[in-house]
Design a protein around this ligand. Structure first.
Ligand code: SF4
Length: 326
């Protein structure tokens, strides 16, 4: 794929399979192929959006990149080094450079710790600051995310969902990361709060030169924050390209269906728009369909779609999709 020298992260043929026993008494091991041969890159300072229905492998991709999961196969090249097979000791410097913001702002904060301790914990772990200096950094981080330094002595239950997500963002920023994996950071928030959090992430990116992988199922918000967007289906990326191009000219039938379901406020557009209904459920990632994985739900499926998996093809500059119609 087309890319320039300032690539921060390159993922090559990444796979993450989870082993599960067959039946109550064991038997052959089966594998959930959550991420199955995924390749992409992210340039320094850009945001790559990763979208798809739940269970498509987007969150597993994020968690594998940060090495919460050990990859089954493939390479994760970060700043020129393959981190996919590094042990815990080798990963220490990368644990600072790469941070994650989690989906559920209620579950991701320890309810027994004060906000100051939650944000300051990473400063302790990475031996960045102690005492007065640590307090000053925590206060500065709270201000950066739109909270007050006085909030440092309070507990998570005293905050709303949006404020908790701001605390999660402050915690991620504490170690001065380069790259943040935002794993559905707005999915659990009220619609009115979602735009505020996305705007804040966007401002922080400008100020601090951050690089984001923004994982979401809400396609409208992803367009707003992402420079490029990748669409995942059943463990594979089926289309990837510049945001504007992908939203204006979706090429893969799955992307077209997802985009046709986005609510739009203009009644004239709604009247003229053809909604593509996806029929059936997403097949099991234990035993995905042969050939094109989308074929069981694709209205254009033809015999060869079941035989050989379509490969990614460049359909316009930097815009790739995997479909026999292209
Ligand atoms: Fe549909 Fe075939 Fe294209 Fe897959 S390859 S999206 S089944 S037309």
């Amino acid at each position: 794929m087309n890319k320039s020298k300032d690539v921060l992260l390159e993922v090559r043929n990444l796979k993450k399979y989870f082993a599960m026993k067959k039946g109550f008494f064991g038997g052959n091991t089966q594998y959930v192929k959550a991420v199955d041969d995924v390749s992409f890159y992210i340039k320094r300072g850009e945001t790559l959006g990763l979208v798809g229905e739940s269970g498509c492998g987007k969150s597993t991709t994020g968690r594998t990149l940060i090495r919460l999961y050990r990859p089954t196969d493939g390479e994760i090249i970060y700043g020129g080094k393959d981190i996919s097979k590094m042990d815990d000791k080798e990963l220490i410097p990368y644990r600072k450079k790469i941070q994650m913001i989690f989906q559920d702002p209620y579950a991701s904060l320890n309810t027994r710790m004060t906000i100051g301790d939650i944000i300051g914990e990473a400063l302790d772990i990475h031996k960045i600051a102690t005492g007065k200096e640590k307090t000053e950094i925590v206060h500065d981080l709270l201000s950066r995310v739109g909270l007050s330094p006085d909030h440092a002595i309070r507990y998570p239950h005293e905050f709303s969902g949006g404020q908790r997500q701001r605390i999660g963002i402050a915690r991620a920023l504490a170690v001065k990361p380069e790259f943040i994996i935002c794993d559905e950071p707005i999915s659990a928030l009220d619609v009115s709060i979602q735009a505020q959090v996305v705007n804040m992430l966007s401002d922080l990116q400008q100020e601090l030169g951050l690089t984001y992988l923004f994982i979401a199922h809400d396609l409208s918000m992803v367009r707003y924050i992402s420079d490029r967007v990748g669409v995942m289906y059943l463990g594979k990326i089926v289309e990837i390209g510049e945001s504007e191009e992908l939203y204006e000219h979706p090429a893969h039938p799955y992307t077209q269906a997802l985009l046709s379901a986005i609510p739009v406020p203009d009644p004239d557009i709604v009247k003229n728009r053809k909604r593509i209904l996806l029929e059936g459920d997403v097949p099991s990632p234990i035993n995905p369909p042969s050939g094109c994985r989308f074929r069981t739900r694709c209205m254009h499926a033809m015999p060869k779609c079941a035989e050989i998996e379509p490969v990614m093809k460049e359909i316009s500059s930097g815009h790739y999709a995997a479909c026999y119609l292209l």
